[in-house]
Each structure stands twice: as structure tokens, then as C-alpha cells.
Design a protein around this ligand. Structure first.
Ligand code: GDP
Ligand code: IMO
Ligand code: MG
Length: 431
């Protein structure tokens, strides 16, 4: 029997999924991205080097690992080529990458329309990454999108491109934006096909084969975070996919029975980029201290991230929705130095306590966090490699999270580097 591990973001993204995926990828036969696109920014640090990945899976640094961009992703091939070129410049040349023939393709008009829709929203803008993710997923579900496999059949690609441009150019015209020429797009995408066509295949076949092979280790790498989920997040301030473990079967092309060992990656506090409600958000000195110490600036857009205390209401909610088996508690070192640390245990909404986030942002915006406050710790913990190396107050904080969420902490991360990781769970240690 193969072994599977799913790494998902449990907050508003940027929790450290790249670091955790890379950590396990050293031992994985396959790493699969199954949703999202180049709106993601996953950071991996090892050997004194820092790498940033957007749509390429974080297992790319291990030559023995097959990296798969699954059918549930929206793939921008121009961005994939740029990412690969950057990796080459950084000395990463020995890798295995496969791209699903069924993955929706992000086309040049998608980012143009993403920007245009945001402008028209005025103050109600979402603060998207402007990578065209929403428009690409919309076209997929409107059934006018192109797919990566189309690139392999020039005549079929031409047919699909004409059909898409008929609709899209009309929309661009109505918005007063420049139209795209069939000939230009066709020529540039045939060049793209020449460069990466050999990577495009039926990836569901590959993943199923790995699932059915005894001893194979397969890691599914989520993007974004559960609170940005199109269904369960802070709608409409969300992304356009479902970052849950529940997306794995559809987005990778496997049966649900293969989903097991879900690691919910959570910062030891919370951050959010872009607009939308954030109940435990804090401002002022403590927020600034955490932002600077945690280098909390977006990997993709460079925007300063909003800062808040850890939210156990969100943790219980996302734990339940995604079936999280273990927490990976990240950026724990960043909390060192604070006199006290807070955890939100419930929300107060119009005079009553609620235990889960309400569905509308109008009610969520009125939720006031109810906190418990715990003693902080002053010690530098970046060198800790076991629980015994942590101060008592830090261990108490970990135990409190377990108590409040009913989910064990399996990993504690005390720095960005691959080595700055404490494994607390036997099953994870053996993966
Ligand atoms: P992802 O999108 O979930 O992969 O997360 P990002 O890479 O966007 O953001 C996480 C940031 O935190 C990156 O800059 C990481 O290098 C960094 N990071 C990850 N784990 C730790 C940690 O334990 N401590 C510190 N100080 N930084 C970390
Ligand atoms: P990773 O995988 C943090 C946010 C955007 C915006 C909203 C919608 O690095 O954790 P989109 O471009 O997806 O339509 O934007 O979602 N967002 C992220 N925030 N981390 C991400 O990915 C994100 N991907 C999208 O900031 O608020
Ligand atoms: Mg990120």
C-alpha cells in the first residue's frame, strides 16, 4: 500500500505550506498540486538558499521526486516557463515535472480581466493577486476555457482559441480594453507547446499508478488556505478554488479513499493579505513587531500582511471541514519576546457567543474575539530541535492549541530552514 500525506493551509494562506511540503518531499516519490495556480507563493529554504515557487510543486528540489501539476489547477504556461527559467538560474536543473492535460489554462486576457473587475469594484475590491485566477476558473465552469492538453493538438487548439476569443474579445471591447489577435496568441502558444509540451500528459494515470504501488509515498500540496475557500471561506473575499483536502480527489483525478494523513499548516498567529474580515486582527506595536520579525510581506505581491492572534474558532472550523489530523504549527520562533500571547476561543456576535464563523461577512465583521491570554517566553527558540528544548510557556501554548481544537500538533517549525523543524508524531516521522 502506498502512503499519502496532504498538506493544506488552515488559515488565510501563507502558513508555511512550501516549507512543510519540501520537508517531506525529500522522502516523497511524488508531490502533487491539485488546486489554485500562480496566485500561490510557496517559500522553501535550505542550504543557505531561499526559493519561491508559484505554480510548480515544492518537491521540485528533489531530483527523485515526480512533481505533478494536477487537473484541478489553473495553469499559466507563461508563468511556468518563467518559474523554470528562474529555477535554472538558481542552479535547479535536475527535476521531474508533469502537467495535467486536463488542467485549465490561464490565458493572457484572464489577468487583464482580473484587474478590470477589481477596478470596477472600487472600495469593495477583493485585493486579488491579479493573476487571472478567478476569470480562468470562471471560464472553466462556463465551459469556454482552454486546457493544457489542447496545446498538443494544433488544429483543436485553434478551434478552441477561436471560440474563446469570440466571447472574450466581446467582453474586453465592452470594458474598453484592447482585444487579442488570434494569430498572435496562436503563434505564441505554439511556441509554448514546443517548450513544455513534453511535460503535458494524463497525470491522473500517473498518480493512480503511484497510489496502487506498495511503498510509494505521495504528497498532495495545497495552495491558499481554508478561510479563502470559495465555499467555506469569507465569501466574497476568497479565492476561486477549494484549498481543502476535499479537493484532492477531484483535483488530482483519484478516488476519495486515497486521502489520508491531513496536515493542517497553521501559523502560531494569523495573517491575511488582501481585503476581507479578519476577526483577530491587531494593529499597533505588537502587530508591527510580529510583521517585522516574521517578514510578513506577500511572496507574490510584496504587500504587507495583516496580523492577528491565533484563532481557535477558525482552527476548529477548518479542522472539521478538511479533516485535519495534525497541526503543523509554523513561525513559532516569531512569538518569542512577547510578554503575553493570546488565543481567540470564541466570537461574541450581537451579545451571544458563537463557536463557528457565521456565513455572511456582515455578521463576521461584527464578531468580537473572546481571548485567553497566556504568558509569553523570551528565549530564542530557533535552535530548538525537540520539545525538551522549548521553554515551558511555549510548550503550554502548544498544549492549549491541542486542547482548544482537539487536534494534536504533529510538527512545530522554529525557523524558515528545512532543519528548523520539530517532529512530534511517530506516523509523520516515518513518512
Ligand atoms: P506558503 O504560501 O504557505 O508556502 O507560505 P509562504 O512561503 O508564502 O510564507 C511563509 C513564510 O514564512 C516564508 O517566508 C517562509 O520562509 C517563512 N517561514 C516558514 N516557516 C517558518 C518558521 O517556522 N519561522 C520563520 N521565522 N519563518 C518561517
Ligand atoms: P499561498 O498558496 C495568501 C488571496 C489574495 C486575495 C484572495 C483572492 O501562497 O498560501 P486570487 O488572486 O486568488 O483571486 O485572490 O486570495 N490569496 C492568497 N493569500 N496566500 C495565497 O496563496 C493566496 N492566494 C490568493 O490575496 O485576498
Ligand atoms: Mg504563500
Amino acid at each position: 500500500m502506498s502512503e499519502r500525506l496532504v498538506v493544506i493551509g488552515s488559515q488565510w494562506g501563507d502558513e508555511g505550506k512550501g516549507k512543510i511540503t519540501d520537508y517531506f518531499a525529500c522522502r516523497a516519490d511524488m508531490v502533487v498540486r491539485y488546486q489554485g495556480g500562480n496566485n500561490a507563493g510557496h517559500t522553501v529554504v535550505f542550504g543557505g538558499h531561499k526559493y519561491s515557487l508559484q505554480s510548480i510543486p515544492s518537491g521540485i528540489f528533489n531530483p527523485a521526486t515526480v512533481n505533478v501539476m494536477g487537473n484541478g489547477m489553473v495553469v499559466n504556461p507563461v508563468s511556468v516557463i518563467a518559474e523554470l527559467e528562474k529555477l535554472h538560474r538558481q542552479g535547479v536543473t535536475d527535476y521531474q515535472l508533469r502537467i495535467s492535460d486536463r488542467a485549465a489554462m490561464v490565458m493572457p486576457w484572464h489577468s487583464v480581466l482580473d484587474g478590470a473587475y477589481e477596478c470596477r469594484k472600487g472600495e469593495a475590491l477583493i485585493g486579488t493577486t491579479k493573476k487571472g485566477i478567478g476569470p480562468a476558473y470562471s471560464d472553466k465552469y462556463s465551459r469556454i476555457g482552454l486546457r493544457m492538453g489542447d496545446l498538443l493538438e494544433p488544429d483543436y487548439f485553434a478551434l478552441r482559441l477561436r471560440a474563446a476569443l469570440d466571447v472574450k474579445n466581446q467582453e474586453l471591447r465592452m470594458l474598453g480594453l484592447d482585444e487579442f489577435s488570434f494569430d498572435d496568441v496562436y503563434a505564441s502558444y505554439m511556441e509554448i507547446a514546443r517548450q513544455i509540451g513534453h511535460m503535458i500528459c494524463d497525470t491522473s494515470d500517473l498518480i493512480n499508478e503511484a497510489c496502487n504501488t506498495p511503498g510509494k509515498k505521495i504528497l498532495f500540496e495545497g495552495a491558499q488556505g481554508m478561510m479563502l475557500c470559495i465555499d467555506h471561506g469569507t465569501y466574497p473575499y476568497v479565492t476561486s478554488s477549494t484549498p481543502s483536502a476535499a479537493s484532492v480527489p477531484v483535483g488530482a483525478g483519484i478516488a476519495p479513499k486515497w486521502v489520508e494523513n491531513v496536515v493542517g499548516v497553521a501559523k502560531s498567529y494569523c495573517t491575511r493579505v488582501g481585503e476581507g474580515p479578519f476577526p483577530t486582527e491587531i494593529f499597533g506595536d505588537t502587530a508591527n513587531e510580529i510583521r517585522e520579525r516574521g517578514h510578513e510581506y506577500g511572496t507574490v505581491t510584496g504587500r504587507p500582511r495583516r496580523i492577528g492572534w491565533l484563532d481557535a474558532v477558525v482552527a476548529r472550523y477548518t479542522g472539521r471541514l478538511a479533516g485535519i489530523d495534525y497541526w503543523a504549527l509554523m513561525l513559532f520562533d516569531v512569538l518569542s519576546g512577547l510578554d503575553t500571547v493570546k488565543i481567540c476561543t470564541a466570537y461574541e456576535l450581537d451579545g451571544t457567543q458563537v463557536a463557528t464563523p457565521p456565513s455572511t461577512i456582515s455578521r463576521l465583521s461584527r464578531c468580537k474575539p473572546v481571548y485567553i491570554e497566556m504568558p509569553g517566553w523570551k528565549e530564542d527558540i530557533t535552535g530548538a530541535r525537540s520539545l525538551a528544548d522549548l521553554p515551558k510557556a511555549a510548550v503550554d501554548y502548544i498544549r492549549k492549541i491541542e486542547e482548544l481544537t482537539g487536534i494534536p500538533v504533529g510538527i512545530v517549525s522554529v525557523g524558515p530552514d528545512r532543519t528548523q523543524t520539530i517532529l512530534l508524531n511517530e506516523k509523520l516521522r516515518n513518512f
